[in-house]
Design a protein around this ligand. Structure first.
Ligand code: MF3
Ligand code: CO
Length: 266
């Protein structure tokens, strides 16, 4: 069942998505070598509650933390822990909020110090692929057009591995609504996009092979070849002519660039 949102609902979803962006911007200023992902997770939970919202991942299907923080070869759903971050690590921080009955859910990958040119390129290409997917999120197109654009830019053009087991999704009064949004596939297939459909588009792109496995904890998804993986996610509203991005990377990027511990060039 696909739900199309009214303008009033989209306004609330924009608020929820923006709170995720603000939370990501807040922690972008705190990331440094020596800090633990568990301490970032605590700050994330407090920041969200301070803004009249709930951390949506906590207790979702039993998930035990406020956020997912996925380091290096962890693709997604990494558990925050007491290990200290170090120079050369990359971390995807994925955050969900529930505010006024609507979910925000998006993610950003940061580089701590210089992880090397190859990894910086993987980060750049994955972020670019997200925007190439978003360009296709316009009324009249199909889900397959988004999927194809992401796969084309990452796998076909640069030889990276596109994760098959996990996909983007509709977003609204539930965190995972129809339709699924794969990061691979053929153009022209799948559900038709109509104005008011809100999607979480989230390429998960591996430096090496596409294969992943889930650890014993039931959550942590890792690359089989243990090469790094990058994850970016935006909340997007399908519109006529041009998609509207409800989340906002510009406020995150501003803090990221100003933090000397974070690497932003490649
Ligand atoms: N961005 C993730 C997703 O769309 C968030 C779910 S993580 C969970 O699946 F912890 F909440 F399950
Ligand atoms: Co998501």
């Amino acid at each position: 069942m696909i739900y199309y949102k009214t303008e009033a609902e989209i306004a609330l979803m924009r608020e929820s998505a923006l709170l995720v962006s603000k939370t990501l911007a807040h922690i972008a200023g705190l990331i440094k070598p020596g800090i633990t992902t568990l301490s970032l997770d605590k700050i994330i939970g407090e920041f969200i509650r301070d803004h009249q919202a709930e951390p949506a991942f906590l207790n979702y299907k039993g998930y035990p933390f406020n956020s997912c923080i996925s380091v290096n070869d962890v693709v997604v759903h990494g558990f925050p822990d007491k290990n200290e971050l170090k120079e050369g690590d990359i971390i995807s921080v994925d955050i969900g909020t529930l505010k006024n009955g609507y979910y925000g859910d998006h993610a950003y990958t940061f580089a701590i110090g210089d992880p090397g040119d190859d990894v910086m390129k993987l980060i750049r290409i994955t972020k670019e692929s997200l925007y190439k997917g978003i360009e296709k999120a316009v009324a009249g197109n199909r889900i397959g057009d988004i999927a194809y654009a992401i796969q084309e830019h990452t796998e076909k053009k640069h030889g990276y591995g596109v994760v098959r087991e996990l996909v983007g999704h509709g977003l609204g009064r539930s965190m995972h609504e129809d339709p699924q949004v794969p990061n691979y596939g053929r153009k022209g297939i799948g559900p038709v996009l109509r104005e008011g459909l809100v999607l979480a588009i989230e390429p998960m792109i591996n430096m090496g092979k596409k294969d992943v496995y889930t650890e014993e904890d039931g959550w942590t998804v890792r690359t089989v070849d243990h090469k790094p993986s990058v994850h970016f996610e935006h909340d997007v509203c399908v519109r006529k002519g041009k998609a509207e991005i409800l989340s906002d990377y510009s406020i995150i990027e501003k803090v990221e660039k100003a933090n000397p511990n974070l690497y932003t060039k490649d």
